[in-house]
Every structure is written in structure tokens, then in C-alpha cells.
Write a protein that binds this ligand. Structure first.
Ligand code: ASP
Length: 347
């Protein structure tokens, strides 16, 4: 925000899906048709991530490259304690990361419960491109990463270690309802507040990013350190294709954030895409997925946050969540970025 004069506005848009102007479309090079590029991603920190994605999309680059570059930003940011380097550790003090990526051809790759690698999204991409598999986990994922030239690093920052030690004093094993926007709305989108520690913490918040490129193709990426202070080995929705992320280049793409167990139960992102296939708008599809969660577990739904974010083939986007506080970043140009509040179920 220092040198770039980005146009940024916070809007309670929600009900209507948005169509976009101002970006010249280029001819299709793959299976899509020419489109104005757009990238959307979860939470306020999506703004900075989208800028990196736009650096690719704005030059006519591929959505897959854009989403990988975009989510690298929160993955590398030590102040972001819910994604990548500096993420909160599990209850044993180990930072274990989950990520997945999916392209316009239905190719996908994923890593789960992987330690020591700062950019799990890029390992997920390598799994997609270099193995016959979709998913590698734990030590196997780390071994594969090291074999492919990724550096082994300590991902536990002093700040996250301190938070973990604080948490250990009570060691309460339950999610804290995140209330991001309510606390610092209007203070700027990069104002990720690292001081909100357990008791008043952002104990989870994944970056899910989906993009449409100028060739009319969709891709998505999703990466997280998962629930703070989780059981060692716990994996949420984020690296699960269909749950944390899904892309169908004929229809649209969706991603999820929030308590992953409930997203997995409804195969959330796949559900959202299938609803869009039936004609639902992105927001209506996200809302229907949230309603499924409420219907299955009404008591639980009151205590947790979940948000879905979707983008369709036309470049229309929308979101819906359980509780106030979920926002997503939408970028359609170098100076065209918007933070949009998700509509929510519990008024
Ligand atoms: N979905 C993530 C998980 O369950 C956390 C989050 O997005 O807040 O691991």
C-alpha cells in the first residue's frame, strides 16, 4: 500500500454477482474463450496475494501460474499465522502445512501435513505435474519436495512459538470463532494483526484463490497451516480436492475457508461448482452449501466459521459464510481491487 496507489473500497456487495469491465480480452489459446481476467481470494490478506496474481494475469498469463504466484505471498509472510511460514504449529509445536492446486484441464495436486517447506502450493503443483498421483502426505511429501529442489526450513517463528506456549497453558482443544473484519474494518487491507493470540485469535484462515485468465481458463489454489494447535496429523479440507478447492473449466471454480471438517462432510467446493452448473449464481451456490452445513449440524454451525467463495466462467463471483467477518478480495486490474464482505447466515 505504500508506493502503489491502489483503488480499494470495502463494499457490502453480496447479493448481486458482479461482472467486470476495463481489461482487454485476448484470444483464447486453450479450451476457454476470451475473457477479462479476474482473481478472487479469501480474507483481507487476499488483496496482497491478488496483486501478485495480477502481475501474471495482467500480462495475459495463465490462471494456474497466477494463483500459484498469488498464494506465495501469504505463504511467505511471517505475520500471517494461518498460512505457510510463520503459521501456528500443531499442539506438539510442529508447523504442518496443507495445500492443493487445480488447473483448467482437471489436473490437480496436493500435499498434506507437510513440514519444513515454505511454499507447499509449489510442491502441490509438482505433485500434479511430475507424479501420477494427486496427493502426497507427511514425510513422503517432504521427501518429494527435497528431491525436487525445495529447501528445508524452520517454519516456526518466535511469535507463533510464543502463541503456542501460551495456548499450552490451558490447551483447550476447540476452534475460536474468527471475527476478522469486525475488528479492523477500514484500517487497510494489509493490516493483518499478529497480536490476536489464543483466546482472541485468528486460529485458522486459509487462502483460497481462484482466477480466470484472458484465455477464458480457470484455475485455483488453496494453502493453509490449518487449525492452530491441531492434533498432529490432522488434515482439514484445504488440501482435499472437492472440499477446499474445485475447478471445472466448463462451469466455475470454488474454494472454502473455515472449519475444514464440516466442509469435507459436504464436499463443499465441489458442491458449489455443481450448483453453479445447475444455474445457481456464485453467491447462491455458496449460500446453498452453507445451508447444507447448517442443516446437517445446526448446533455446531453456530460455533464455527465457514465461508465459500466462487467464480464462474463468466467472471461473476460471490461468497457466503456462516457468521459475519468473512471477506474476500477481488482484483480486475492493477488499480482495481475490492474487498467484499461475504453475506452470512447467522444474523
Ligand atoms: N479450512 C482450514 C482447515 O480446516 C482452516 C481455515 O480455512 O480457516 O484447516
Amino acid at each position: 500500500m505504500k508506493s502503489r496507489r491502489n483503488f480499494l473500497k470495502t463494499a457490502a456487495l453480496g447479493a448481486a454477482t458482479l461482472s467486470l469491465d476495463g481489461i482487454p480480452a485476448v484470444a483464447s489459446s486453450r479450451s476457454g474463450s476470451a475473457r477479462k481476467p479476474i482473481v478472487v481470494s479469501t480474507w483481507d490478506f487476499g488483496i496482497a496475494a491478488n496483486r501478485a496474481a495480477w502481475d501474471v494475469l495482467g500480462k495475459g498469463g495463465r490462471a494456474l501460474d497466477a494463483v500459484e504466484a498469488g498464494v506465495h505471498v501469504p505463504e511467505a509472510d511471517p505475520k500471517n499465522q494461518t498460512v505457510g511460514y510463520g503459521g501456528f504449529p500443531d499442539r506438539d509445536g510442529r508447523v504442518t502445512l496443507d495445500a492443493c492446486i487445480m488447473d483448467e484441464l482437471g489436473n490437480c495436486g496436493s500435499v498434506a501435513a507437510m513440514e519444513h517447506i515454505k511454499h507447499p502450493i509449489s510442491v502441490a503443483r509438482k505433485v500434479m505435474e511430475k507424479t501420477p498421483h494427486v496427493m502426497l502426505v507427511g514425510d513422503g511429501a517432504l521427501q518429494f519436495a527435497l528431491e525436487n529442489g525445495f529447501q528445508k526450513e524452520n517454519l516456526l517463528t518466535p511469535e507463533s512459538e510464543k502463541a503456542w506456549k501460551e495456548w499450552l497453558k490451558k490447551a483447550e482443544y476447540k476452534p475460536v470463532l474468527n471475527i476478522e473484519n469486525q475488528s479492523y474494518e477500514g484500517k487497510g487491507t494489509t493490516a493483518f494483526n499478529p497480536l490476536r493470540l489464543p483466546g482472541n485469535a485468528w486460529n485458522h484462515d486459509t487462502i483460497g484463490m481462484v482466477a480466470l485468465d484472458a484465455a477464458g481458463n480457470l484455475s485455483g489454489a488453496c494453502t493453509t497451516s490449518g487449525m492452530a494447535f491441531k492434533m498432529h496429523g490432522r488434515v482439514g479440507d484445504s488440501p482435499i480436492i472437492g472440499a477446499g478447492l474445485y475447478v471445472d473449466n466448463e462451469v466455475g471454480a470454488a474454494t472454502a475457508t473455515g472449519v475444514g471438517e464440516e466442509v469435507i462432510r459436504v464436499v463443499g467446493s465441489f458442491l458449489v461448482v455443481e450448483l453453479m452448473r445447475q444455474g445457481y449464481s456464485p453467491e447462491a451456490a455458496c449460500k446453498e452449501a452453507v445451508l447444507r452445513i447448517v442443516k446437517k449440524k445446526p448446533a455446531k454451525a453456530k460455533e464455527i466459521q465457514i465461508g465459500f467463495l466462487a467464480l464462474n466462467k463468466k467472471g461473476e463471483h460471490g461468497a457466503y459464510c456462516l457468521h459475519p467477518g468473512f471477506s474476500y478480495a477481488c482484483t480486475t486490474g492493477a488499480n482495481e481491487e475490492t474487498l467484499i464482505k461475504g453475506k452470512y447466515y447467522f444474523q
